[in-house]
Design a protein around this ligand. Structure first.
Ligand SMILES: [Zn+2]
Length: 237
């Protein structure tokens, strides 16, 4: 019986390796983290670009407004200095209007200058953000290509294990033992067999009675963990 248990234990080692490879295969997620990063960077870049466009439009409006005020002022000054107006009241009213237009012009000049600086900064930010997006785009492409290689490698490795597993399984001639192993494995989604280490089942870490430890040591019977049901074996790694 000991030989059968040993053969089963070897099979389990391979099964664990196949499980590990399958998990690695499942963990390949199409560079998800990078794609998330890229999406966030794109969102930020689009927002910056929109702010830039809005600010540029605002700047254009200021410039148009300035032109209009300029024209108004020129026309008023022309009128004032043409000599056509004789009434003092009219002169004073025109002078007053010209002053008012001058003030408006100054204020708008200040705002335009400020906005010019803002546009300059936003242009730089927008350029940097777009470059960042492009860089991440490349990283996503590289990540996906790298995963494709890794996927192929893992799939080939798993495929190569199929005949190996058949060979190891054929050594377990006690078919009942083998099917018991398979059903426990399914139930635990992990292992069907566990070593006894320090009087404990290494599958569930619960203590095993001395009676079972002795049996396992002799290896003449098949013993199960009373807690998790795994087939127990006394063996060094
Ligand atoms: Zn157990």
């Amino acid at each position: 019986m000991k030989q059968q248990l040993m053969a089963l234990f070897e099979l389990q080692k391979l099964d664990l390796e196949i499980t590990r490879l399958n998990a690695a295969l499942t963990a390949l997620d199409g560079a998800l983290e990078l794609r998330k990063k890229h999406a966030a960077a794109k969102k930020h870049s689009d927002k910056t670009h929109q702010t830039l466009t809005d600010t540029e439009l605002q700047l254009k409006n200021y410039e148009l407004e300035l032109k209009t005020i300029d024209a108004k002022r020129a026309s008023s000054e022309k009128k004032l200095y043409s000599g056509a107006i004789m009434s003092a009241k009219e002169v004073s009213s025109l002078e007053h209007e010209i002053d008012h237009l001058k003030n408006q012009q100054d204020e708008l000049d200040g705002k335009t200058l400020e906005l010019n600086d803002t546009v300059e900064t936003l242009r730089e930010q927008s350029k940097a953000a777009a470059a960042g997006v492009q860089e991440l785009e490349q990283q996503v492409k590289d990540g996906i290509a790298k995963e494709a290689v890794e996927r192929k490698r893992l799939e080939a490795e798993i495929e190569a294990m199929t005949p190996k597993r058949e060979e190891l399984a054929s050594k377990v001639t006690d078919r009942q033992l083998l099917s018991r192993y398979e059903s426990i494995r399914k139930r635990t989604s992990n292992t069907g067999m566990a070593r006894i280490i320090d009087h404990k089942c290494n599958g569930c870490k619960i203590g095993v009675s001395s009676f079972i430890v002795r049996n396992a040591y002799d290896g003449k019977t098949i013993d199960y963990c009373e807690n998790c049901g795994r087939i127990l074996i006394m063996v060094d790694e």
